[in-house]
Every structure is written in structure tokens, then in C-alpha cells.
Design a protein around this ligand. Structure first.
Ligand code: GAP
Length: 512
């Protein structure tokens, strides 16, 4: 299966097993908006719980808040979102479709990169063991030609981006003969800026100053509550405030399933520190967040840092943690050193003194801030895309299994009476009574046991517990492990501790 095909199958699997549904599907759906089903909500809650506990339980100096989606409109002036949270858009006059001009150019550059990589692969095959990739890239005429093209367009693109030169964006698109994938024509409009914030009205008078935004990031809810938390929590710098919540962006190029949505959820933590110490904290949070990701056991090789070359005006350092999704390495989490940009601007615009008095030095200052920001939905996609596997199980049969890390699996145990009679369902109920206070479970008595195992594999249940005739006699059950498919006989009285040793979230937290 190609990665493209795998992705399509994964999307279908998510729907079939109640993880993710297209929103408003009975009305043919709503673009880039998705609902989480009965399995999805459990997995999503577990991801959030792991993040929340890692932040607020393992760090004495991090507390959480839950601020509103609606905030005073000045919030977004201070944060820079009203002036600068824009995408450069271009329309094709023939297809009437709208695109992000920067994405069209980046995709064009991506294709050149792909061509060069293909050339390298051909060379590797041709020269075998003696292949020297670096030398090949420096000397192969096809690669050199493509590289020159790449550099020319890339330099123009970077310069246009820096100067916010919309005319140059269009000129690059025309010069590179980038056509609309639908109409196949280069009949483009001019490039315009489009603000990504959704707005609505707070009252029903319709007046202009009633305009209010749906927050495009949760972070500002933290900044505007900085003073409240610092004072009421008697927090001493350095300290952090964590928040999980919905964010909204009118994404124009909404693609790749739940990777880029219009309504999504973020887990953000703003860490406030003394000016001058921010780089040290930036490095610490980079390491800390990477450890959190790797603790899930989804392959260290699937993560990498991508440091930003071009920094946003408010940042003095920035990196992304990228994950290898089926469509390549892409941003999963952002870590930014945001200086005193946000608190400083809120101080200016609100007229309130937002400063910290440091008793040791008797100095007052606006704290600097290091931010860690991860999308819940992207994390969900990372977990699912890594977990989905089709495995040979002998006799030409296959099984679909989601090898979701056990502590965040939606259902931890399935309890299955071998048959629907002779007191087995009743004993299975007693087993459920033993475990239901600790673990999410499913009871299933329909179909042959093998089919029931397959259903649990497909939703990633780490353990299946089968109650059979021996269970009636000796109070033991068969426990089947999802990943190895190995079965062992276990006394019912030991079931709880056996399952707990694999699925307890504390097992993950202890690795951090
Ligand atoms: N407060 C900083 C901030 O919002 P960002 O890079 O725009 O930074 C942070 O977003 C994270 O939020 C991203 O790394 C990604 O995981 C997630 N995210 C951003 N836009 C998203 C979207 N449209 N759909 C899903 N997740 C998104």
C-alpha cells in the first residue's frame, strides 16, 4: 500500500469504527470540520489527560486554567492577529477555486525537490555500495539544473514573503507556469490578504463595535489572565500556565483530514521567566516536549526538530516538533520563545501594569515567555496513523490492528463470554464488576471469539478477557494481548493488577 492509499484507508477506518465523522454528514458535511465519535472522544480525552498531567502534575510551578473562546476584541489587536494573521490568497478565474498563493509556490518547490530526490535514488541503484550522495548532488547535471531552478524561485519567494509583496507572489506563480489543478489554466486573479479569524457579534444591535472574534489560539486567554493567576496563586517566576481548548481559524487550504481544520483544539503552555533566561528555558522545554512524545513509543525516528530560520516579529527563537505523518514530516507542535511581546502589548493597550516584582532582586519587569503549543487533533492523527497496521496472521489471513499506546487506548479491556449460555455471561458480568471502576471496557457476546478479537483489534483494545467453562470451575480467565496475540490464564482476582500494569497513565508519566 502506498502512503496515499494508507491514508485513505485510515480515514475510512476512523469512520467505520466510530473515531471520526465528517461534521453534519447528513447534509453532505462541512469542509474541514470533523466530529469525534464514541471511540474518538475516549482517545482524545486520554491524549489531553496525558498532556495535562505531564504539565500540571509533574511540574509544581505549572497550573492550569480554562478561559473563554470569546475575549475582548482589543486582545487580538494587542496580539497582532487583527493586523497580521493573514494568508495570501489567489483565485483561479476558470475553476472559481481559491488557493493560498504561498502554498502553490511551496508545492511547486516541493515538486522540484521530489525530482532531485528521484534522481538521487536512481544514482543509488546504479552505483550500489559505492554511492556517495553528497558528491552525486554536487555533480549530477540533472540535479544541478533543478537545484538552480529551485534556488532562484526559493530566493524570490523568501524575499516576497519578507517584504509581504503580493504582486511578486503572483509574478512567481505566472513565471513558474503554476496552473490550477482543476481547470489546468493559469488564469489567476491578483493575490489578496485574507484574515483567518472568524468573527461574530456579541449583541444583536449590529453595530460595528459589537464585532467579536472566535479565538484563533488559546494562548491569549493565558496572557490576559497572567495577573489573576500570578496573584491569586502566589506564583513565583519562573512559572507556567497551561490550557486546553478550542481554537478557530478560517483555513482556506483545509486538507489532510484532521491535520488542518477550521475548528480544532490546542494544548498550550506559556512559561513565564526572567528576561535573559528565556533561551535556557527554551532549550529545556524543547527537550521536555520531545521526551513526552517519545515516551509514547511511536518510534524515535519519527520525530525531528525543525528550527525556524525566519522568526516571527515577536519571537527570538522558534522550533517545530515534526512527526512523520503518512504524507511526510509535518509540524505537530510549536515551541516559541515569545519574549515579552504579548504581556508587553496587553500592558500597553489595557493600561494595566502587567509586571512581576522579584523579591530577591527587588526588581520589577514584564516576564519573558516560552510557549509550547500542540494541536490535540494533530496528535490524534499522529497516534492513529502510526498505530494502524494490517498484519498477516497465518493461513493467508490478515487482521487490522490499532497498536495505540495502551495507556491512551480508548477501550482498555473487552470482556467476552465464550458462549451466551450456561452461566458464562453472568460470570463475565462479575468480571466487569471487578474492573469497571478502573478501566474503560466493552462487553461482547456476539459472533465467534475470533471475530470478536478482530473487532477489538480494530479499535486498539490492549486486552481481551475470555470467560469459558474452566472459569466456572477455577475462577481463571484467558487474557489475550493485542500486540502479541499471546494468551495466558490468569486468576480473576489478579486481573485488575495485570491490566493496570500496562494501561495506567502513570506508567507513561514515570518515564518523563
Ligand atoms: N499559540 C501559538 C500557535 O497557535 P500555531 O503554530 O499556529 O501556534 C500551534 O499552532 C499548533 O496548533 C500547531 O503545531 C498544530 O498542532 C495546531 N494547529 C494549528 N492550526 C491548526 C489547524 N488549522 N488544524 C489543526 N491543528 C492546528
Amino acid at each position: 500500500m502506498t502512503q496515499d492509499e494508507l491514508f485513505k484507508v485510515l480515514v475510512a477506518h476512523c469512520k467505520e469504527y466510530g473515531f471520526i465523522f465528517p461534521s453534519s454528514e447528513i447534509y453532505d458535511g462541512l469542509s474541514a470540520v470533523y466530529d469525534y465519535g464514541q471511540m474518538g472522544v475516549e482517545l482524545k480525552n486520554n491524549i489531553k489527560s496525558y498532556w495535562w498531567q505531564a504539565m500540571t502534575r509533574l511540574n509544581e510551578n505549572i497550573v492550569g486554567i480554562d478561559s473563554c473562546v470569546f475575549m475582548h476584541p482589543k486582545t487580538w489587536v494587542a496580539s497582532g492577529h487583527v493586523a497580521a494573521f493573514n494568508d495570501p490568497l489567489i483565485d483561479n478565474k476558470d475553476s472559481k477555486k481559491r488557493y493560498r498563493a504561498d502554498v502553490l509556490i511551496e508545492e511547486y518547490l516541493g515538486k522540484i525537490e521530489e525530482k532531485m530526490n528521484k534522481e538521487v535514488e536512481k544514482g543509488r541503484k546504479r552505483f550500489g555500495e559505492s554511492f556517495d550522495e553528497e558528491k552525486f548532488r554536487e555533480t549530477n547535471p540533472n540535479i544541478l539544473r533543478e537545484k538552480a531552478k529551485y534556488d532562484e524561485v526559493h530566493n524570490r519567494y523568501v524575499a516576497a514573503e519578507e517584504a509581504n509583496d503580493l504582486k511578486e507572489y503572483k509574478q512567481i506563480i505566472l513565471d513558474c507556469n503554476i496552473v490550477d489543478p482543476i481547470s489546468g489554466t493559469a488564469n489567476w486573479t491578483d493575490v489578496r490578504q485574507f484574515n483567518l479569524m472568524f468573527s461574530t457579534q456579541i449583541s444583536n444591535t449590529g453595530a460595528d463595535d459589537d464585532k467579536i472574534y472566535l479565538r484563533p489560539e488559546t494562548a491569549q486567554g493565558i496572557f490576559i489572565n497572567y495577573l489573576n493567576v500570578q496573584k491569586t496563586g502566589r506564583m513565583k517566576v519562573p512559572f507556567g500556565i497551561a490550557q486546553i481548548g478550542k481554537a478557530f481559524r478560517n483555513e482556506i487550504v483545509a486538507r489532510q483530514f484532521i491535520f488542518r481544520m477550521r475548528e480544532f483544539e490546542q494544548m498550550e503552555m506559556e512559561f513565564f521567566c526572567r528576561p535573559g533566561t528565556e533561551m535556557e528555558w527554551f532549550e529545556k522545554w524543547k527537550e521536555n516536549r520531545m521526551k513526552w512524545h517519545k515516551s509514547l513509543g511511536m518510534g524515535d525516528e519519527n520525530y525531528r526538530f525543525h528550527d525556524h530560520e525566519k522568526l516571527a516579529h515577536y519571537a527570538n527563537a522558534a522550533t517545530d516538533i515534526e512527526f512523520k505523518f503518512p504524507f511526510g514530516f509535518k509540524e505537530l507542535e510549536g515551541i516559541h520563545s515569545r519574549t515579552d511581546f504579548d504581556l508587553g502589548n496587553h500592558q500597553k493597550l489595557s493600561g494595566r501594569k502587567i509586571q512581576y516584582f522579584e523579591p530577591e532582586t527587588e526588581e520589577s519587569y514584564v516576564p519573558y515567555c516560552v510557549e509550547t503549543s500542540i494541536g490535540v487533533d494533530r496528535m490524534f492523527l499522529a497516534v492513529l496513523s502510526h498505530s494502524y497496521k494490517v498484519e498477516e496472521v497465518g493461513n493467508g489471513e490478515t487482521r487490522v490492528v490499532l497498536s495505540i499506546p495502551a495507556p491512551i487506548a480508548p477501550v482498555k479491556v473487552a470482556v467476552l463470554p465464550l458462549v451466551r449460555k450456561d452461566g458464562l455471561p453472568e460470570l463475565a458480568q462479575k468480571v466487569i464488576d471487578e474492573i469497571k471502576y478502573d478501566f474503560t471496557y466493552q462487553y461482547d457476546e456476539k459472533d465467534a471469539i475470533g471475530r470478536r478479537y478482530r473487532r477489538q483489534d480494530a479499535i486498539g483494545t490492549p486486552f481481551c478477557v475470555t470467560v469459558d467453562y474452566d472459569s466456572l470451575r477455577d475462577s481463571t480467565v484467558t487474557v489475550r494481548d493485542r500486540d502479541t496475540m499471546a494468551q495466558e490464564r490468569v486468576p480473576i482476582s489478579e486481573l485488575r493488577s495485570l491490566i493496570d500494569s500496562k494501561v495506567n497513565l502513570a506508567n507513561l508519566l514515570r518515564k518523563l
